[in-house]
Write a protein that binds this ligand. Sequence first.
Ligand SMILES: NC(=O)c1ccc[n+]([C@@H]2O[C@H](COP(=O)([O-])OP(=O)(O)OC[C@H]3O[C@@H](n4cnc5c(N)ncnc54)[C@H](OP(=O)(O)O)[C@@H]3O)[C@@H](O)[C@H]2O)c1
Length: 277
Amino acid sequence: MARPEPLRIALSGDCPPFPCLLHPRHHERTTMKIGILGAGNIGSTLAERLSTAGHEVSVANSRDPKTVNPAALSTGATAVWAADVTAGADVVIVSVSLEQTPNLAPLVSQAPAAATIIDTSNYFPHRDGVVEAIENGQVESLWVQEQYQRPIVKAWNAITTQSFDDKASQPGSAERIAIPVAADQDTQRATAMALVEETGFDAFDAGTLAESWRQQPGTPAYTTDLTIDQLPAALAKADARRSARRRDLMMEIISERVEAEGLFDHDRLIALVRALF
Ligand SMILES: NC(=O)c1ccc[n+]([C@@H]2O[C@H](COP(=O)([O-])OP(=O)(O)OC[C@H]3O[C@@H](n4cnc5c(N)ncnc54)[C@H](OP(=O)(O)O)[C@@H]3O)[C@@H](O)[C@H]2O)c1
């Protein structure tokens, strides 16, 4: 695990470091063609942020493109049919519930061989159904990679949708939240880390996919909104024997609080999850 090299993105004019909301296309770096499968909480925000960054983004849900959340398209992304997301893509981001992974495998396999595949998923058995291999200890991202039969990167999985929406900030900002990125291929890791930075968060190299259990639900790095200085210790502190139990405990407490109080305040949620560790 290592702190990333500072991004070397050449800027023109008076553009500040990303996000340059005034002149997103001034960044002198390659504009990528990015396809996003999933236009829900995370996929919509990804579409909006990565379009703002100047990328050519297409995004799909499981239905007619007309049903894609307009907010996802507000900064230039195009809604397409899922079957068209991967065509010519430099990057494919899959942001669907983990149970859908096997269904999407044929689509993902159509992506160009050089495309970087990034997966945002997490395993919640109450939602996704029981996946025996994961229950028996397989790392979630390795299971996903096995379904797709090609290398993946794990990113954006360890932040809540509320923090992702509300807590993006400029590089160098105090308390900027860091997002762990795990991958086995350096070029793909670098691509994903650059994109994470462009969505408004510090990207942290969290090592290989085999190590990515350290950012799964129920670990200290999962949805605790840590800075890049705090994240390495949290990843190191993860305990594989306890994370599934802590994930379930977290969900039980949240459900119980929601039932008792209605909508659960997000700051309390982060405080509660931090308190588990
Ligand atoms: N929510 C969070 O706080 C959060 C944070 C980090 C990571 N994650 C993980 O990221 C993933 C996405 O989470 P989310 O909250 O964004 O989910 P979500 O709001 O439920 O959205 C899921 C999206 O996937 C689409 N989808 C489902 N099956 C599909 C298919 N076969 N082809 C194309 N699109 C399909 C859905 O389309 P339809 O609307 O047409 O069904 C929907 O747009 C999950 O694995 C989740 O665990 C979630």
